[in-house]
Design a protein around this ligand. Structure first.
Ligand SMILES: [Zn+2]
Length: 390
């Protein structure tokens, strides 16, 4: 989900539609085609194999048992992503929920079935949310109010969510217009941004006014098990994964997805940010903290084995994107001129914002590494150029 107040549909499009070339996974339909399309692609992806132990996921309103006291459910998203995976962890006489789905009528229906048929009327004891994107946090306010229980979330995710929800009803700010103009957007695209601004808050129930903070490295007893918080950054500011050493499970949210890549974007609120650096650093930091023999429970696609391999794929894919980008900007380019080396699909107006944010993330990363410079022209449009090798 874009973090500048854009519309709901962007959340559905962002990953599968915008997955950078070669990052779609080891055994997805794209692997072979990608290597044919450009020779500098991801050889590792072709060699490595992730293992998906479950033949089928749960139907809406039903659950698949992952381990004793750990249930896998899905909530509907529509669009190309179709579902978000959510999890129930036995917690005394009730159940803790991890992630909640987008605020929609079909999601509400699915939760009502889960409460009645999967949890058999037992209470929800607390709601964990990995990060503040609406497909994860959308129903958190509704569930915590319904069961009078606490929201557990990192502090930055809670704060950022409150901030973005407060944009609903505001007009698009000058900083936003300037940001997208300097990226090279047309007036038409700017008008679309203006019209859609503030959509974030409409895709979620209002958050509770207080929360229990999740802290990196903290160990939390949930029922009979202990889960460790592993924080990452780049896709969202302070994303929490939950790792249970005894069960060898890791609930990875959007931090590690097997077949699609998480959006990493620069937004108008922090135009000089380097979220890609955060993303690459925090992905690498997971490997020494979470062993390779866990079953990863991701928010999208299916549970899989092969955490460390997948982390290598993700980091390698971005590094190759950065290398292609650096070559391309031997001649100065604007952010909107570099999509072809980052994305396989044609970028239309519906995904322009995400593509621009992700392009800027790669360009800012090159600048922070000293590999590129930026100059504004007389119209205020930014042009990026690789710095000559020393
Ligand atoms: Zn997300």
């Amino acid at each position: 989900m874009r973090a500048d107040g854009g519309g709901v549909k962007f959340a559905r499009l962002r990953r599968s539609a915008l997955a950078p070339r070669g990052l779609r996974g080891d055994n997805g339909p794209w692997a072979g085609r990608v290597r044919v399309r450009d020779g500098f692609e991801d050889a590792e992806v072709g060699r490595g194999r992730l293992v998906y132990p479950f033949a089928e996921g749960p139907k809406l309103g039903e659950a698949v048992d992952i381990a004793p006291g750990v249930k896998w459910m899905r909530m509907p998203l529509g669009g190309s992503l179709a579902y978000i995976n959510v999890w129930a962890l036995k917690d005394g006489d009730g159940w803790a929920i991890v992630d909640t789905g987008m605020q929609t009528a079909p999601t509400t229906d699915a939760w009502r079935q889960v409460f009645a048929k999967v949890l058999n009327g037992a209470p929800v004891t607390r709601v964990f949310v990995t990060h503040m994107h609406p497909d994860h946090i959308g129903m958190a306010g509704w569930i915590t109010r319904k069961f009078d229980c606490r929201l557990w979330i990192t502090r930055l995710e809670y704060m950022m969510c409150r901030m973005l929800a407060a944009d609903t009803g505001r007009e698009a700010p000058d900083e936003g217009l300037r940001f997208y103009r300097s990226a090279g957007w047309s007036q038409d695209a700017i008008d679309t941004y203006t019209a859609r601004f503030g959509g974030f808050g409409k895709s979620m129930h209002a958050l509770p006014d207080s929360f229990r903070r999740l802290v990196d490295g903290e160990e939390i007893a949930i029922g009979d098990q202990v889960w460790r918080v592993v924080v990452g950054s780049g896709h969202s500011p302070e994303h929490a994964c939950l790792y249970c050493p005894a069960l060898k499970l890791m609930i990875s949210g959007d931090q590690v997805l097997p077949r699609i890549t998480s959006n990493v974007s620069v937004f108008p609120t922090e135009p000089d940010g380097d979220p890609l650096r955060d993303w690459l650093t925090s992905l690498a930091a997971i490997k020494p903290r979470v062993p390779d023999d866990v079953l990863v429970l991701p928010a999208h696609n299916d549970p899989f084995h092969g955490l460390h391999l997948r982390i290598d794929h993700l980091i390698g894919g971005h590094e190759r994107s950065l290398a292609r980008l650096e070559k391309l900007i031997a001649e100065p380019k604007r952010a909107v001129d570099v999509f072809s080396v980052l994305f396989k699909r044609t970028i239309n107006n519906d995904v322009l914002s995400m593509a621009t944010g992700e392009s800027l993330a790669h360009l800012n990363c090159l600048m922070h590494r000293g590999r590129a410079v930026r100059e504004a022209d007389a119209d205020g449009v930014d042009w990026y150029r690789a710095t000559p090798a020393a």
